[in-house]
Design a protein around this ligand. Structure first.
Ligand SMILES: *Cc1c(COP(=O)(O)O)cnc(C)c1O
Ligand SMILES: [Zn+2]
Length: 566
């Protein structure tokens, strides 16, 4: 039977039909092969067919290595939302940040694409038993799809993988093998096991269905961005194909372990360009955990091959691929020749902080591995690598269930201790209950007054503070309200705007300093105005810190606040 695609060797160019059981080029034995399709025909037919189709992964089935998609195996993969990160964008001064919410896949990570396509291809080929190695999420995803397809799965994981993830894998009926060693060693053990038993081994980035599955992220993002930003067709500024109907972002950001995601997403954008559906491709920002960042080290040293990290030093098990092998070399070449972009790393601490920011600002709870990408975003905006006008898509790769204690730290729950009698079933008078509630410690948080006549500035400052600490906040909409509230609430700190109608910031300061009750409250002035020397003189000795609006970034404000109230 002829197929809609062939497998082409990336080393010698030899083409063969696809067979899941052949893992290397018959001519040169290379394992680096990729699927190629009849793009010429597809560029005519596909654009006409897309509009009538469901928005899920199989929408693009002509570009996937499965002959007949089987709806019986589907769990609703793909078609995840693209969400505009308005609050994060406001904090960072980048209005075009979009989150591709892969948490909304069937098992809450973007590995669901990989599992859905791989299991479909293997089921189609009649394969009934397979072996994988995983840093956690692949095991969960493949387990779910393998269970559905009646395929027996052997999953090799390292002992770093959180227990809750292992238990989920076991629940699906997978044969779970815990390897005490690092991930690269677990992969070797899995490969040897598969070889001895003659079983299909998923080779990650070197398996055809895995790379093909990840392309669908690019396809979906281009369609979704176009519904946000409109079609670029007809616009003349630098447009290579003035008829291309779909939008590419300027940046695609992802947390990277083995690098399958970026390899696949690159291929997706490549194909969109080949099909003349987009006029350009994004730059890639590949972010690793600093404790296991072989690609970043090699990139920064301008090396074409990455030195493996033998002992990963990160708590983020999902990202602990120490030896990226040829994947790094491949990504680097593609980025230097076509895509552009960079590799960078963030610390576990930065990732945990980003987890708080994303949860508290956007209502999105992510696993630490995903937070690495968000911490990377923050870092790249701060360094100016990502420009305020850039359109950025960040792959929100996975959900955190459950949140680990180490991420929250102490004091993450309020306690209400009812009197002993309550346990014993006795009625307690209502005031007894209220007395217990009084111990809920909300009131012990530092109290901060924000005085600014612009509601959006108050909102921004509030969000920045709430995202990274516990504060009791008051808002004053003008100068008089600032003075009144300061006297009434005696805040621990005042964040004050200078330019307010009627009573301006200078007069507020005078009033505060003239009242012994408020004279000693520290003040941070935030102003949009370039101050004259005379004005600076007036503030001298009256305030603790002066900050320019517009270019103040959250970290600076937070550090000031922390140093003044704690
Ligand atoms: C697998 C995984 C990554 C890393 O992706 P690669 O493409 O394999 O480098 C990042 N985040 C999550 C949640 C993952 O499961
Ligand atoms: Zn070959």
């Amino acid at each position: 039977m002829s197929s809609h695609f062939v497998v082409e060797c990336q080393d010698c160019g030899h083409q063969t039909p696809y067979s899941p059981t052949s893992s290397a080029c018959p001519r040169c034995d290379s394992q680096w092969r990729q699927a190629t399709y009849d793009y010429k025909t597809l560029s005519q037919s596909l654009p006409l067919q897309l509009p009538g189709r469901t928005f899920d992964l199989w929408r693009y089935h002509e570009l996937l290595p499965v002959r007949t998609p089987n709806p019986e195996l589907s769990l609703g993969e793909g078609g995840t939302p693209l969400i505009r990160a308005a609050n994060l964008g406001m904090m960072l001064g980048c209005p075009h940040i979009y989150i591709k919410d892969e948490r909304q896949g069937p098992t809450s990570s973007f590995k669901d694409r990989q599992a859905a396509v791989t299991i479909a291809a293997l089921a189609e080929a009649g394969i009934t038993e397979i072996v994988i190695a995983s840093t956690g999420n692949v095991a969960i995803s493949y387990s779910a799809y393998a269970a559905r397809a009646g395929i027996k799965l052997w999953a090799f994981v390292t002992s770093l993988v959180p227990l809750v993830k292992m238990r989920e894998v076991a629940l699906y009926g997978t044969q779970l093998v815990k390897v005490t060693g690092n991930y690269d060693q677990a992969k070797q053990v899995a490969a040897e096991f598969a070889r001895q038993r003659g079983l299909y081994l998923d080779r990650g980035v070197r398996s055809i269905p895995t790379v093909e599955s990840m392309k669908t992220i690019a396809f979906e993002v281009a369609e979704q961005l176009t519904s946000f930003l409109g079609s670029p067709a007809g616009s003349l500024d630098g447009n290579k194909h003035p008829t291309s109907p779909l939008h590419s972002p300027d940046w695609y950001i992802q947390a990277v372990s083995g690098g399958l995601g970026p390899v696949g997403v690159m291929k997706g954008f490549d194909e969109l360009e080949e099909l003349e559906l987009v006029d350009r491709v994004p730059a890639f920002a590949n972010i690793q955990a600093a404790g296991c960042a072989p690609m970043v080290h090699a990139w920064k040293d301008n090396k074409a091959t990455a030195e493996p990290v033998r002992t990963p030093r990160t708590h983020i098990a999902t990202l602990a691929t120490g030896d990226p092998g040829r994947t790094y070399t491949y990504l680097r070449e593609r980025m230097l020749n076509k895509f552009g972009g960079l590799f960078d790393s963030v610390t576990d601490q930065e990732a945990f902080r980003a987890m708080h920011v994303v949860a508290k600002m956007e209502g999105i709870s992510v696993e630490p591995a995903t937070a690495v990408a968000f911490a990377g975003l923050i870092k790249l905006v701060r360094s100016g690598e990502i420009k305020p006008t850039d359109v950025v898509v960040i792959n929100c790769t996975g959900h955190t269930v459950p949140v680990e204690q180490s991420v929250l730290g102490e004091d993450w729950v309020h306690r209400v201790d009812l009197p002993r009698e309550a346990y014993e079933g006795a009625e307690i008078p209502e005031d007894g209950l209220l007395a217990a509630l009084n111990h809920v410690s909300v009131d012990r948080y530092p109290r901060i007054l924000i005085a600014d006549d612009h509601p959006h500035v108050r909102r921004l400052i509030k969000r920045i503070l709430q995202a990274q600490g516990n504060y009791t906040l008051f808002e004053a909409v003008d100068g008089q309200a600032a003075v009144d509230l300061s006297q009434k609430e005696k805040p621990d700190l005042i964040i004050l705007d200078l330019m307010m109608p009627e009573l301006d910031g200078f007069s507020v300061l005078d009033a505060l300093k003239n009242d012994p009750d408020t004279a000693n409250i520290p003040v941070i002035v935030v102003t949009a105005k370039e101050l004259t020397n005379q004005e600076k003189e007036r503030l001298n000795g009256q305030i603790q810190h002066l900050m320019q609006k517009g270019d103040f970034i959250s970290e600076e404000l937070l550090e000031e606040v922390r140093s003044l109230v704690n």
